[in-house]
Design a protein around this ligand. Structure first.
Ligand SMILES: Cc1ncc(COP(=O)(O)O)c(C=O)c1O
Length: 459
């Protein structure tokens, strides 16, 4: 019984060390429910410490719920343990690359710290005391008003503040929405194939079944929705993820038509809709029918994923079921919401997006030019938009080979095949937003040298 105490580190004191040793042994399953612990007298003798130390440690562990102490039965490991997560030894820190072309995050070094701070100050100075209460489960009124105006202006979304619900990221929004849809009786939801892997997985976790619908050069094959049992489809019309295609105009109307006919919904994931470089962004599909399209947006690309702020604009009939499901799961501090409200209302978000648009556009052009020069056999695909593009690879096995060799040279990128339900097409998904402004050309140089070698190998 005492084996687990052998490597006690008494640096923080004998009592704390003893408590920690017992806690760890219980959490790791080395001391199981019902096991009787040695008497305080015996343990004190064994550990060469005062009996009072052991008594105090046992009492603390009883108070925490790890142990029970009953007269006559001694001190035992409790049957029901407090909820303690064992140390996550398998959670490795995220990989870092000298040249990080993995998609998914904007240039975090460009986060507008000073302006954000100014907005926080202003928001806090102005905030009513109610801001620090539980508040509206949809999110603060000010943020929903600011978002309604921003989304109307930037994305042509028909947004009434009362229909906006704020979440801690689109991923969070999707999991709550999936729960709500299942409670409304939906059994199947369609997703694009390829898609971001978390899309289908969140839907499945909510107990929905998932149908996959292929994407061609005009975007989602809307016609194929009819051969599924789905009553909702999750799609990325402005900039298909990961292929980077915009949904063709005829398909946008067909999509909404499909939702009407099947008494269902389109879930529009507009994750990077602000970033279009060759023309004015095409507005959200939601504006075609706000009663049939659930619009989702996020601050993760325009500002930073660490803010954990996203929003849904929902049809009237879904508002109550969604808010009911989301209740107590708002997931965004009211202070951050108030800050974002001020950040939008003061025009700072528009300014920041404009600035970043210029920077990303330049990066996209130089990346495309580098690929063209260093590896002319590669085609950089996707419309001039967003923060990533793709390079299809026809030859089987090439994707893994390139990714492995790139990683050896500390270059990060994502495999395209991981986005397909059956891994059928190989390719690279290349983001150009992660490196900081001053590191981008160095990263590009590294990629250039690497691709030149790959080209030599392949010719
Ligand atoms: C297609 C797509 N949708 C949604 C998201 C995630 O948004 P959020 O960070 O708000 O969960 C991402 C982020 O990588 C994305 O690429």
């Amino acid at each position: 019984v005492l084996d687990f105490l052998v490597d006690l580190d008494p640096a923080g004191g004998r009592q704390a060390a003893l408590e920690e040793g017992v806690r760890r042994a219980i959490v790791a399953g080395r001391l199981t429910a019902g096991t009787r612990l040695p008497s305080t007298r015996a343990l004190a003798k064994e550990l060469h410490c005062a009996r009072a130390t052991v008594v105090a440690a046992y009492e603390q562990l009883v108070a925490e719920g790890f142990l029970t102490a009953e007269r006559g039965a001694g001190t035992r490991v409790a049957a029901v343990q407090p909820l303690v997560t064992p140390p996550a030894t398998d959670l490795r820190p995220p990989s870092t690359f000298a040249a990080d072309f993995r998609p998914g995050e904007p240039d975090n070094s460009s986060f507008p710290r000073a302006q954000w701070l100014a907005s926080t100050r202003r928001a806090l100075a102005r905030a009513p005391d109610d801001l620090f209460g539980y508040g509206d489960p949809r999110g603060t009124h000010e943020l929903r008003v600011a978002l309604a105006s921003y989304l109307g202006r930037a994305r042509a979304v028909a947004a009434d503040p009362s229909r906006i619900v704020v979440f801690g990221g689109f991923a969070h929004a999707l999991s709550v929405l999936a729960d709500a849809l299942r409670h409304l009786g939906l059994g199947e939801v369609a997703v694009e194939d390829p898609a971001l892997p978390f899309h289908p997985s969140f839907l499945r976790r909510a107990g929905l079944s998932v149908a996959t619908v292929p994407v061609d050069d005009q975007g989602l094959r809307v016609v194929d929705l009819r051969s599924t049992a789905a009553r909702a489809v999750l799609t990325t019309p402005a900039h298909q993820y990961p292929l980077g295609i915009a949904l063709a105009p005829a398909r946008r109307t067909a999509l909404v038509e499909w939702a009407r006919q099947s008494d269902g919904w389109v879930i529009e994931d507009d994750y990077d809709g602000e970033f279009r470089y060759d023309r004015q962004p095409v507005g959200a599909v939601q504006s075609l029918d706000p009663e049939r399209v659930i619009y989702g947006g996020t601050a993760s690309k325009s500002l930073g994923a660490g803010l954990h702020i996203a929003w849904l604009v929902v049809p009237d009939v879904l508002l109550e079921p969604l808010v009911e499901t989301a209740r107590w799961r708002v997931g965004v501090s009211a202070v951050e919401q108030a800050t974002l409200a001020d950040f939008i209302a003061s025009g700072r978000l528009d300014r920041h997006v404009r600035q970043m648009r210029l920077a990303y556009r330049r990066r996209r052009d130089t990346l495309a030019a580098t690929l063209q020069r260093a590896a002319p056999w590669m085609t950089f695909c996707g419309i001039s938009a967003g923060l990533h593009g793709t390079v299809p690879l026809v030859e089987t096995g090439r994707e893994r080979e390139i990714l492995t060799n790139a990683a050896r040279r500390s270059i990060g990128m994502h495999p395209l095949s991981a986005h397909y339900s059956d891994g059928r097409a190989e390719g690279l998904v290349l983001g150009y937003s992660r490196p900081s402004g001053h590191a981008f050309s160095g990263a590009l140089g590294r990629l250039d040298r690497f691709l030149s070698d790959v080209s030599v190998q392949s010719s």
